[in-house]
Structures are given as C-alpha cells and as structure tokens.
Design a protein around this ligand. Structure first.
Ligand SMILES: C[S@@+](CC[C@H](N)C(=O)[O-])C[C@H]1O[C@@H](n2cnc3c(N)ncnc32)[C@H](O)[C@@H]1O
Length: 411
C-alpha cells in the first residue's frame, strides 16, 4: 500500500519517498486513517482518488519546518545587495521577490524585515509567497507566531516588527501588507502561470524533498521566473541540485546565493558554433516531433490526450499540411487544435516551427517557451529558443539554454 501512496504523492507534488523516508510517510498515513476512521487499506486507497481526501494527506506529509531569519547570512547579504544595486544605483523600479515555498510565512516576512532594516523603502517592496498547502498559507496570512518561529540569540527584530498578541507575537500590518500569499504547486501543470518575473527568488529547503523529474521541473520554473541578472537564494544542502540545474553558487563560502553563469566569452563561442540564424525546414522537423516525457511524471503529450479528440484531429491535420508546405493552412489547423487543447505540446511546438519558417522569431519564441514550460526537457524547443535569444544578442541566456539541452541529450 505504501508504494501506491508514495507514487501518488510523487505524481501530485513531486515528493520523493527516498527523501522524506518510509517512516514519515507511514506515520502520516496511519494518522490520516485514524482521523478519518478508515481502518481498511483497500478502502483508504479508494478514498485517495478524491482530490480533497488526497489533499488532506498532502497536508500531513509536507515538511513545514521554518523560522524567522533562517540562515541569517543570507538576509544580511540581501540587505547589502539591495543597498548596492537599488539604492546605490538609484533604480526607480520596485523590487520584486518570490519566496517559493513559503510554508507558514516566516521567510517572506523575514525578507521584508531585512529590507526595511537595510533602509529600503517599504512601498517599493513586493514579495510574492507561494506554497502548496492551504493550511500553512492560512497561518502565514494570519501572521501570529509562537516561540518555535523565533530561534537563535539575535531577536531584536521582534521588537521592531511585531506586537504582542497574548503569548504570541503578531507581525505588524506594514510588513504584512508587502506580502501576497498564493497557493501553487511548483510541479503542477500550471505552476507559476499567474506570476511575472522576479529580481530575487528564495527557493530554500524544497528541492531536497523532490524526485529528479520534479527537480528539473522546478529548475525550469525558476529559469522562467528569474530575471537574467536575478539572484537565487537556496538552502544549505541544495548546492548540487541547483548547480546541476544550470545555476552557479556565489564563490564566497558560507553564502548560499546563486546566479546564472556569466562567462560571456564562453557563451559567445558556443553561440557562434551553433550556426545562429540558419533556416530550419519545417518539413523535416515536423515529421518527427521528438518529445521525451520524463520518467515518472506523465508527459504533457499524455496530458494533452485528456483534452478531447478534436484537438488531436486538428493537430494531425496541421502536421500533414505542414508536411505539404502549406504553412498558412497548417497554422490555422494548429490554432484550432490549440483552441481545443491549449496545453497540447505537439501543437505548440509545431506553431513555433511554422513561425520559425516564416522568419517570425518573436512569435515562434512564444510557442517554444510554452513548450519548455510544459516540458522542461524538450531539448529541441530549448535549442530553438537558444537560437532566437542569440539572434537577439542575448548570448548569456542562449548559452544557458544550449547547455541545458545538451545535458538532457547526454542523460
Ligand atoms: C521546509 S518548508 C520550507 C520553507 C522555507 N522556504 C524555509 O526554507 O524556511 C517546505 C515547504 O514546501 C512546501 N511544498 C512541498 N511540496 C511543494 C510543491 N510541490 N509546491 C509548492 N510547495 C511545496 C511545503 O508545503 C512546505 O511548506
């Protein structure tokens, strides 16, 4: 029974049994069965097919451990970084930060407190904070905390940013007002779909619990959400996972901050050697739209099957038309397919190819980006976006995407 439940949790939230451990899972399941008065294993498995019931189990399995100023060095660094980059450079824009995942809110509130303590103006701070657990998010919005949220010796921030609430402490409204809490599943189909880009992302103490495919999906999400020059704060034990995902940890020891690799010379050479701007023949590329669904996660092609036969029929028709070189007609059929099934991986990819052939790279990029969003392992789409980025003189991103595509092919 445990392995069935582990599969479900991995599918739903990317959780790896190896990482949380069998004992932790067994005790969560035992507690859930007891709370729900179900003592028969088959009945319990049956009940898990209900979304609400499965979400109850997810609430019991996630690890909510967090506290204010967890890894203080990171927040000291954040304060000095914004002092240099924003205040020193007189930047006029707001500072956008994402805390993903945020658990009960200590991390996003700490970000606001650290920025205020560094002299950053309150009204220019925008923090989005997301988590998969509605229960934890409720606690976060409430903003009332007990002793386990205040650890370590240096607790002077408590006097500045909290007010007593009985035996507890309530975060000041001014701090609370800068954080927007959102429910989101970082490995879900629509992960981050409502979010823009961020100057800084905190993604700490989540990747360690995730299966390989879920890690890759998370890296793809961060790549999409982080501005090219953006900073990524990670947990102490997570350096290898993020470096494998194309980020580079700050050379300074004891600091867990990453950036994208900045080696311009290297990226210039690699971009040139890939034949930037070479026209691509739709016909040959379309005949074999190569998609590699990741090992355990059902790939988006399978998911597209759910969206009805007519989307698939239009797509097949679009493929034939593209094969005959009838690109306008093919694009119409493809748009019909996408009207029926917007997440259809093949149709999005084909639209990208058609626009490439028509030399409309900006349009092509939109579709290829969507393909990557749907399947971060789509090496062909990664290569196309790399080519487009290189043509836009965005050699750093081009280089990163190519490296990523190469890593996928080598796997
Ligand atoms: C250990 S906490 C990390 C909190 C904070 N970042 C920190 O480092 O203190 C891990 C959080 O990840 C959340 N989580 C687990 N799987 C998730 C998923 N697939 N999407 C979003 N959040 C997830 C859990 O609900 C939990 O709140």
């Amino acid at each position: 029974m445990l392995s069935l439940i582990a599969d479900l949790l991995e599918r739903e939230i990317g959780l790896s049994l190896e990482c949380i451990g069998e004992d932790a899972l067994r005790s969560a399941v035992t507690r859930h069965m007891r709370d729900r008065g179900i003592f028969d294993q088959a009945r319990y498995i049956d009940a898990l097919s209900s979304r609400e019931f499965a979400e109850e189990l997810i609430e019991l399995v996630v690890v909510p451990e967090t506290w204010f100023f967890r890894d203080r060095k990171s927040f000291d660094f954040l304060g000095s970084y914004v002092g240099r980059e924003w205040l020193g450079a007189c930047r006029a824009d707001n500072l956008r930060i994402l805390s993903m995942p945020c658990s009960t809110g200590e991390e996003p509130y700490t970000i606001v407190m650290a920025l205020l303590d560094a002299g950053f103006p309150l009204e220019r701070i925008q923090v989005d904070a997301l988590d998969v657990s509605p229960k934890l998010l409720e606690i976060a919005k409430e903003g009332v905390y007990g002793p386990s949220s205040f650890r370590g010796k240096n607790l002077a921030f408590k006097q500045r940013h909290f007010q007593p609430a009985g035996e507890y402490f309530s975060i000041l409204d001014s701090v609370r007002s800068r954080v927007r809490f959102l429910k989101d599943n970082v490995v879900g189909q629509d992960a981050g779909s409502t979010l823009g880009q961020y100057d800084i992302i905190f993604c700490r103490n989540l990747v360690i619990y995730l299966a390989q495919w879920a890690r890759r999906k998370l890296m793809g999400l961060i790549d999409r959400l982080l501005t090219p020059e953006g900073l990524l704060f990670i947990g102490h034990t997570e350096t290898m996972a993020f470096e494998g995902g194309g980020f580079k940890k700050n050379a300074g020891s004891g600091l867990f901050v990453c950036k994208r690799p900045q080696d311009k010379e290297e990226s210039r050479i690699q971009v040139q050697s890939h034949g930037v701007g070479k026209p691509l023949r739709v016909k040959s590329a379309v005949q074999a739209p190569r998609v590699r669904p990741s090992t355990k996660n059902p790939g988006p092609l399978e998911e597209s099957g759910r969206s009805g036969a007519s989307g698939e029929t239009y797509y097949q028709c679009a493929l034939q038309l593209a094969d005959q070189g009838k690109l306008i007609e093919a694009s119409r059929a493809c748009l019909e397919a996408l009207g029926e099934a917007p997440m259809h991986l093949g149709a999005n990819f084909l639209m990208g190819l058609i626009f490439m052939e028509m030399r409309q790279e900006d349009e092509a990029a939109k579709y290829f980006e969507k393909v990557i969003y749907l399947n971060p392992d789509h090496d062909q789409a990664l290569d196309y976006v790399a080519t487009i980025e290189a043509n836009r003189s965005n050699s750093m991103r081009a280089d990163r995407l190519r490296q990523w595509a190469r890593r996928i092919r080598e796997k």
